[in-house]
Ligand binder design. Structure first.
Ligand SMILES: [Zn+2]
Length: 114
């Protein structure tokens, strides 16, 4: 087997960047539904997702990026950082029940099992 070929497991879960963006989207949607009571994402939350996606894609670590909560660089500007923190605080504990698969991958990466 070639060395830099992604494992079947990696192919299955996709790369870190896409998965992290997906996780952020789900978390912001949960937060918005609960706090802003719309059927669709409000403008503020849409803006937050756009901002986060942009930062994640531009992350200097590229495909090997660590999860943002562990990263030492803190590339979010303070205003966005405090917004995303509120989202994480609200949605984080709920992720385990609503999206067990993503939550498990998040934990796997958190403890660097991959
Ligand atoms: Zn909202």
């Amino acid at each position: 087997m070639q060395k830099d070929q992604p494992s079947i497991f990696q192919q299955f879960i996709g790369n870190n960047i896409e998965r992290e963006i997906k996780t952020v989207c789900i978390m912001v949607e949960m937060f918005c539904k609960h706090h802003h009571h719309g059927d669709e994402l409000c403008e503020k939350c849409k803006g937050l997702i756009d901002y986060a996606e942009n930062r994640i894609r531009k992350c200097t670590f590229g495909i090997n990026k660590p999860v943002c909560s562990e990263c030492g660089i803190h590339c979010f500007k303070p205003e966005m950082r405090s917004q995303i923190k509120d989202v994480m605080r609200f949605a984080g504990p709920r992720m385990n029940f609503k999206h067990p698969v993503l939550a498990i991958y998040h934990l796997i990466r958190k403890y660097r099992l991959m």
